[in-house]
Design a protein around this ligand. Structure first.
Ligand code: FNR
Length: 185
């Protein structure tokens, strides 16, 4: 049987991003059950309707990956109690219909949300804003479980490498829940 395809979207472009590391850990956990791909979108330009048609190459590339995925798993930091602008920019591009006959690629897609921060909020406030946006875009949001990890430094080594300890079982739980959620949607 073909594996379920999950695209992971990380809301941070930072090389050593905790959220990127969390996404990679999720990929390791479900690697045998799902084809898990981290979306590389650092080259997507700022949304500007003057360059919307024909779509820039980077936009066509990420659209194709998102379109072919059975589910989208977001891993987002919190910037000023919101999700980062790079993620909003990406979602603005993805929110646009491909053409008059092809709808936008997020429509009806199952979505899971996780986030990790050195702060205390665990990214919960940013996640709530993200839920508002992706619900408007008609994604099917798995509201439970969502994963919020505060105090990232308690689960990293001295080089900033994530060594998930207390949160590992919750990530595992969310991964299994998301696979079931996708299968039931
Ligand atoms: C932050 N950070 C942050 N953290 C948080 O818990 N709540 C917040 O509102 C903010 N606000 C904020 C604004 C801006 C502009 C930056 C750059 C940072 C800290 C943030 O959580 C921290 O830098 C994380 O390491 C970012 O995630 P990645 O890049 O490690 O995935």
């Amino acid at each position: 049987m073909e594996k379920i395809k999950i695209a992971a979207i990380v809301g941070s472009l930072r090389r050593d991003s905790y959220n990127r590391q969390l996404a990679m850990e999720a990929g390791r956990i479900i690697g045998t059950q799902a084809d898990f791909q981290l979306l590389d979108y650092a080259d997507v330009p700022l949304m500007n309707q003057d360059i919307e048609h024909p779509a820039p190459e980077a936009v066509s590339r990420v659209r194709a990956i998102v379109k072919s995925a059975a589910g989208i798993w977001f891993f987002t930091p919190e910037y000023n109690h919101f999700f980062p602008g790079v993620l909003k920019n990406l979602l603005d591009w993805l929110s646009r219909p491909i053409s008059a006959s092809e709808p936008q690629v997020l429509n009806g897609k199952p979505a899971a949300i996780s986030g990790i921060t050195p702060g205390m909020s665990g990214t919960g406030i940013a996640q709530d804003h993200l839920v508002t946006l992706i619900s408007f875009l008609n994604m099917k949001v798995m509201n439970q479980p969502r994963l919020t990890i505060p105090s990232a430094q308690q689960q990293t080594d001295q080089n900033g490498r994530l060594t998930l300890t207390t949160s590992a079982p919750y990530l595992e739980k969310q991964a299994q829940a998301f696979i079931s959620f996708i299968q039931n949607n």
